[in-house]
Design a protein around this ligand. Structure first.
Ligand SMILES: O=P(O)(O)OC[C@H]1O[C@H](OP(=O)(O)OP(=O)(O)O)[C@H](O)[C@@H]1O
Ligand code: HPA
Ligand SMILES: [Mg+2]
Length: 179
């Protein structure tokens, strides 16, 4: 699998160090609050698993799955909830945990939907931010790394459902897309 990688953008060690740093920051920022971490399936599960263990306050977790109706529709911002949260958000300080903020369509939709449920607060933590591709005016409250406008895989991020289990973030060789 690693043979398919053209270049590593962010190493396993760099990710680990940043996730620990973000965990400490969230621990500080959410002291005395009622933290609920919401992971957006599937890409964010690796980040979620590492980040939650880097946080030293009581934190609940829940999972949500959304899908676009097709790549064409995704750009119009139409997203469908495939699996909703189990927990009612009232009274929680919700932190959405995402792997990547790209066009921003997914997170803009999620933010809107979750805000309607009247959480005490709502913030976004993302591992990767690709600001050049943004189509909506949205920023993450916490972002670990900026990435250039290239399709990236690994540490949860997939190409055609593959490469999520790479421990680093990288770019695929062009011939992999042609397969
Ligand atoms: O900012 P955007 O342009 O909306 O892109 C970001 C979203 O796209 C990816 O999810 P995807 O729909 O591929 O699902 P996955 O997490 O299961 O891979 C990624 O995990 C984000 O959720
Ligand atoms: O660069 C990316 N890689 C994988 N999944 C993604 N979803 C949005 N952008 C990306
Ligand atoms: Mg994906």
């Amino acid at each position: 699998m690693k043979n398919d990688i053209l270049k590593v953008l962010i190493t396993e060690e760099e990710i680990a160090a940043k996730v620990q740093e973000l965990g400490r920051q969230i621990t500080e920022d959410y002291k005395g609050k009622n933290l609920l971490m919401v992971s957006v399936l599937k890409g964010s599960v690796i980040f979620m698993a590492d980040l939650m263990r880097a946080i030293d306050i009581q934190a609940r977790v829940d999972f949500m799955s959304v899908s676009s109706y097709g790549s064409g529709v995704k750009t119009s911002g139409v997203v469908k909830i495939v699996k909703d949260l189990d927990i009612n958000l009232a009274g929680y300080d919700v932190l959405i945990v995402e792997d990547i903020l790209d066009s921003g369509m997914t997170l803009q939709y999620l933010k809107e939907v979750l805000l309607q449920r009247k959480p005490h607060s709502l913030k976004i933590a993302t591992l990767l931010d690709k600001p050049e591709r943004r189509k909506v005016d949205l920023q993450a409250d916490y972002a670990c790394f900026n990435v250039p406008d290239e399709f990236v895989v690994g540490y949860g991020l997939d190409f055609a459902e593959k490469y999520r289990n790479l421990p680093f973030v990288g770019v695929l060789k062009p011939e992999v897309y042609a397969k």
